[in-house]
Design a binder for this molecule. Structure first.
Ligand code: 13P
Ligand code: SF4
Length: 332
């Protein structure tokens, strides 16, 4: 059977990109991805667009079409620095909102509006106002995994990469820390500031158990366990290192453990393994259904139609932007 010449040209054009991911994407799958990769990389030029991809995106997105990759903090920082006219956020909705807050005049696209987050769903602006009423004068530190409306009720934002630094930057004896109860408890262990938490959880990280990690350590000699601080405290107690997704990646890259278990979303291991071949990844990972709503197909459609675009009420946006910018002024 003759191969369509356009398809053959696409395959040839993106062949060098396959070299980056060939250890994590089977060659039988690549012909499905290749036409999308070729089309998206052309569309980015036509639209003067950049794709920001979170560390939990699949390798064909992360390594083959993204311009900027990283944790929530890096994506927020880099979103504020781009000259592009269009930003596509390959991640979840709160990340796209943060990019829009920092680029009110640019088009910010989220390829599937349903890409939410259980933490962002766990708290509303009215809940924050009620917390303030219960704790008058206590500042509110808000994890970026929240809606713009919740950020607008906050004094400052934080990410998993800078939470302790942000809490201590306020110079108060107490802070209200929302919405992740487990990140709050991780921060509490590292500071004298009294932390008033909320009961939000990440549906991906709360599923890991300390017993499963002990079992993996028992069956893999010399295993390093690296965990995200959204995990429950007893799970973090089993870890050799705890950090944001970028800090987890840095830990593996610099320490080169012979075997590592990343206690987080599944694509993290694939994305690091594509670059690092001397580390064995043990994978009891959990999938984030929201992150997985983003695909090459809907990135392409989003760049073609310039939809769905993120819009934020200007009054909410001004207040939420102040909380994000206050965080960015502090640094990691
Ligand atoms: P990071 O900021 O560490 O990338 O975390 C974002 C997130 O959603 C983790 O579940
Ligand atoms: Fe939200 Fe958890 Fe998914 Fe991160 S992994 S986007 S915190 S649900």
């Amino acid at each position: 059977m003759a191969i369509n010449p356009r398809y053959a040209a696409d395959l040839a054009k993106v062949a060098p990109l396959y070299e980056r991911v060939k250890t994590v994407i089977p060659d039988i799958e690549w012909p499905v991805h290749a036409p999308y990769v070729a089309a998206i990389n052309d569309l980015k030029k036509q639209r003067n667009a950049v794709i920001l991809a979170h560390n939990y995106q699949t390798p064909e997105i992360f390594h083959c079409v993204a311009d900027i990759t990283g944790d929530s903090l890096a994506l927020a920082r880099r979103a504020g620095e781009t000259d592009a006219d269009v930003i596509v956020l390959a991640g979840v909705h709160f990340m796209a909102e943060t990019a829009k807050l920092l680029n009110p005049d640019k088009t910010v696209l989220i390829p599937d509006q349903r890409a939410g987050c259980s933490l962002a769903e766990s708290i509303t602006a009215a809940d924050v106002r009620e917390l303030r009423r219960q704790h008058p004068g206590v500042p509110v530190v808000t994890y970026v995994n929240t809606s713009a409306e919740v950020k607008a009720e906050s004094d400052i934002c934080c990410t998993s990469g800078n939470a302790v630094k942000v809490v201590e930057s306020l110079g108060t004896e107490q802070v209200i820390f929302i919405p992740d109860e487990y990140l709050a408890s991780y921060v509490r262990e590292q500071t004298d500031v009294e932390i008033i938490p909320w009961q939000g959880h990440c549906e991906v990280h709360e599923r890991f158990t300390a017993q499963e990690l002990r079992d993996f350590r028992g069956s893999h000699e010399g295993l390093s366990i690296v965990a995200h601080p959204e995990c429950p405290p007893d799970v973090l107690g089993e870890a050799d290192f705890v950090g944001s997704t970028a800090q987890m990646q840095d830990y593996v890259t610099s320490n080169r453990p012979a075997k590592v278990l990343l206690v987080t979303e599944c694509s993290m291991s694939d994305n690091i393994a594509a670059d690092i071949h001397d580390v064995e990844f043990i994978r009891p990972c959990n999938l984030c259904p929201h992150m997985k709503r983003i695909t090459l197909a809907n990135i392409q459609e989003s760049l073609e139609t310039l939809k769905p675009a993120v819009e934020i009420d200007p009054v909410v946006a001004d207040k939420a932007r102040a909380a994000v910018e206050r965080m960015l002024a502090i640094g990691r």
